[in-house]
Design a protein around this ligand. Structure first.
Ligand code: NAP
Length: 269
């Protein structure tokens, strides 16, 4: 019987996770299958019971279950505790564990930056922003700040992580080495033409990192690239959070370049 994996979320829109993980299982000859499981919040307790009895070998967890799922686990990593969210459930022997591989995805996306940015601002204060702040701190970026349209949410995030909070209207006033968009501005749909940061205000060596991955190149990244700045797409974060999940579930490594190609072609369709 193939080992069973899947993603839970509600509503669960189109996701590239099944394509990524099923590709990995197939390429590495692992007898397993990954499915999309739309799951209403009221059904989470019964589902988590089934995870232990069926058994289900691993889960990706997305909105709105990332925090609620924590109550059903035996162990939660320090990283996931710090973010207050679990996006990956896996077994360690007979213990059901939670990890936040979004943070691992952020760290891996920036691992080739040399020198390490000395300062970074995260735009947004939702789940992706929390993962970005946690990742930047894990990388050791000395000055990390958060800026959000709703100031109270930025204040709360900044207090949780002990980082700076910058007024939304002042977000472009400092010479940041790294600017990270963790809002949906620029995302395919009604926000596609928008950008959270004027590329003309990026300093000469600044890096523009967009957590949005659809489109692959957002307006923020296109303008930053046109201004000669280095850019990193949200696809890198998505790829690396997925590779980290695969590693936790199987102890094996998916080929990174091949996986990136797969996601690129899925997004270009
Ligand atoms: P979220 O929890 O809903 O937070 C969204 C944040 O963006 C909030 O702080 C919100 O500000 C801000 N925002 C929304 N609309 C805005 C606007 N028009 N102008 C200014 N700020 C605005 O969402 P999330 O889960 O953090 O996701 C954010 C983005 O990251 C999404 O596009 C998602 O697809 C992407 N993402 C990518 C990855 C990846 O692997 N690459 C992973 C996770 C998420 P307020 O507080 O003022 O409402």
């Amino acid at each position: 019987m193939p080992r069973s994996y899947g993603i839970i979320g509600w509503p669960l829109g189109h996701t590239m996770s099944p394509a990524l993980h099923n590709h990995g299982f197939e390429r590495l000859g692992i007898d397993a299958y990954y499915e999309a499981w739309p799951l209403e919040p009221k059904d989470l307790p019964a589902f988590m019971q089934r995870v232990r009895t069926v058994p289900i070998h691993g889960l990706s967890v997305t909105i709105p279950h990332k925090r609620a799922v924590m109550a059903f686990l035996d162990e939660i990593s320090d990283r996931a505790e710090a973010v207050g969210a679990v996006n990956t459930v896996y077994w360690d022997k007979d213990r059901l564990c939670g990890e936040n591989t979004d943070v691992i995805g952020v760290v891996a996306s920036l691992r080739t930056l040399d020198p390490l940015p000395r300062s970074a601002v995260v735009l947004g204060a939702g789940g992706a922003a929390r993962a970005a702040v946690a990742g930047f701190l894990e990388l050791g970026i000395p000055r990390v700040a958060v800026s959000n349209r709703t100031r109270s949410k930025a204040d709360a995030l900044a207090a949780d992580f002990g980082v700076e909070c910058v007024e939304w209207s002042a977000r472009m006033d400092s010479p940041w080495d790294l600017v990270c968009n963790a809002t949906p501005l620029g995302m395919a749909g009604s926000l596609e033409g928008q950008t959270p940061f004027d590329a003309a205000r990026l300093t000469e060596n600044a890096v523009a990192f967009d957590i949005v991955y659809n489109p692959l190149e957002t307006r923020f990244l296109a303008e930053a690239r046109a201004a000669g700045r280095r850019t990193i797409s949200g696809l890198e974060m998505f790829l690396h959070q997925g590779l980290a999940q695969f590693r936790l579930w199987t102890g094996r490594e998916m080929d990174e370049a091949e996986a990136r190609q797969l996601l690129l072609s899925a997004l270009r369709q």
